[in-house]
Design a protein around this ligand. Structure first.
Ligand code: PLP
Length: 476
């Protein structure tokens, strides 16, 4: 039985402006389907009773009944006796989310295929495994050699770090979830950027945090006054930030804002969780990334997250947390609730990779730069009215599409073989319908295919306009 539910009010906020030219029931069904597909309504969530939703949306009960019926027939809802209608994904058992839909291009992920050296490093790691078989089993903190290698990377860039200030995790997402569980109690305030990396706000929400959003945009980045006020007004226990390169906007935080953040956090006693998963992926700047925690004359408490997921390969599932020793000890104790440690073999592979990481990063920068250029050309050609910021690094471009049509576009794109997350997936409560995150992590042919799918999907929206949207005419 589903124990997670969404109220009519919360669903209505997520639905945003869903009315199209189709029959109302179909428009409603389409939008709920997208929310389920892109994870904004997780599978197993119980939807509101038809009567409640109809009342909230000002619709007849028959309309909602018809929408739910359509969703049920498509496999997106299951009616369970005694517990209402539960969100499902078609063709899968309730807990399994398909990775790719029928060979569709998946732009909902901004990640590159494995670096060529992973296979080689794995062979070398397997050869070294023998020595570890009798010495190590469950490893909740990380192999000493790997912690040393990660600490040395920080020290080499000017942030002195000792191995016992490092904990190896199952990627950066695990680190975010573990920190949220360990540092945040239900009802505590957690500051985060808006838009932000969706799984980070999911993790904070899951532990019952009250979210305090601060805005970030591709053009102007962060607003110092807004950040300072948000800290002072709400005293957050934790602030989750991505100074380089912010996902999804690609923005990079100015030195002035960094200092303002540290000053505010020091004053309010907030733990700064700095996610540097994509920090090495600068396209235009050469030389090593300077970690956020390097300058901290303000005395803020800073915890840094890193990962090999975006530089080397997401499938490796190796990330880390850099924090003071006491925090690391606390995290190690808390970890066993969710998992019992990082696999030894993957750590050995990472140890093989780390000495060559700078070469891998150089190659990644060149790949991202080439795709950024091609994407900018294609979008200028096919979508001259879209606002396409020139990102300096990171994995994606946060494009302004000029009208609140992102969810409709994402839905239409699926019919053209492209899975893409709609703008609101990066916000809370349905914001960012005017934005679309387009990754720059794909090959040039894939990028061309993706933009072609967007072009056709956009064309289908234009041919089938949405009368309820007054500003559509300005776009089409
Ligand atoms: C900002 C940010 N943090 C964390 C992650 C998760 O990374 P990992 O694969 O290391 O868990 C991602 C992946 O998209 C990300 O963009």
């Amino acid at each position: 039985m589903a124990d997670v539910h969404i109220t009519a009010r919360a669903l209505s906020a997520l639905l945003g402006d869903w009315r199209g030219s189709d029959a109302a029931y179909r428009g409603l069904a389409d939008r709920v389907r997208l929310l389920i597909l892109d994870g904004r309504v997780p599978t197993d969530t119980r939807l509101p009773a038809e009567r409640d939703l109809a009342e909230r949306l000002g619709l007849s009960r028959t309309t909602v009944t018809a929408a739910y019926r359509e969703l049920r027939e498509g496999g997106y809802l299951e009616s369970l006796r005694g517990s209402g209608s539960v969100a499902r994904l078609p063709g899968s058992s309730p807990d399994v989310v398909p990775l790719r839909e029928n060979g569709a291009l998946d732009f909902s992920k901004a990640a590159m295929p494995a670096s060529a050296i992973v296979a080689e490093a794995s062979v070398a790691a397997a050869a070294r495994l023998q020595r570890y078989l009798s010495e190590f089993d469950y490893d909740p903190v990380g192999l000493p050699e790997l912690r040393r290698a990660i600490a040395e990377r920080y020290s080499d860039t000017g942030l002195p770090t000792s191995p016992d200030e490092i904990m190896v995790t199952l990627g950066a997402q695990h680190a975010i979830g573990l920190l949220a569980r360990t540092m945040v109690a239900r009802g505590d305030r957690a500051l985060l950027e808006m838009p932000s990396y969706p799984h980070a706000h999911d993790a904070l929400r899951a532990v019952g945090a009250r979210l305090v959003p601060v805005t970030v945009s591709s053009e102007s980045g962060w607003n110092d006054a807004e950040i300072t006020q948000a800290f002072e007004r709400t005293n957050p226990v934790l602030a989750y930030l991505m100074p380089d390169f912010h996902n999804p906007t690609g923005a990079s935080m100015s030195e002035r804002t960094r200092a303002a953040v540290r000053r505010s956090a020091a004053r309010t006693g907030t733990i700064l969780v700095i996610d540097e998963t994509t920090a090495d992926l600068s396209i235009d700047r050469t030389g090593p990334h300077r970690p956020f925690a390097t300058d901290n004359s303000e005395g803020a408490r800073i915890v840094t997250i890193g990962s090999l997921g975006k530089t080397v390969w997401g499938g490796l599932r190796i990330g880390w947390i850099r924090a003071d020793r006491q925090t690391i000890r606390k995290l190690v104790v808390a970890r066993s609730v969710g998992d019992l440690g990082t696999p030894i073999l993957e750590q050995l592979v990472s140890m093989e990779l780390l000495p060559r990481l700078d070469d891998v990063i150089e190659l990644r920068r060149a790949q991202l730069g080439a795709t950024r250029l091609r994407l900018e050309q294609l979008l200028a050609e096919h979508f001259p009215n879209w606002d396409v910021p020139h990102v300096r690094g990171g994995l994606a471009v946060w494009v302004g599409i000029g009208a609140p049509l992102s969810s409709q576009l994402a839905l239409a794109a699926r019919s053209h073989g492209l899975v893409i997350a709609a703008g609101p997936r990066f916000g809370i409560d349905g914001a960012f319908e005017r934005f679309l995150r387009i990754p720059i992590t794909y090959s040039l042919p894939e990028t061309e295919r993706g933009v072609e799918a967007l072009r056709r999907a956009w064309g289908s929206l234009v041919r089938d306009p949405v009368p309820a949207m007054p500003d559509l005419a300005a776009v089409v």
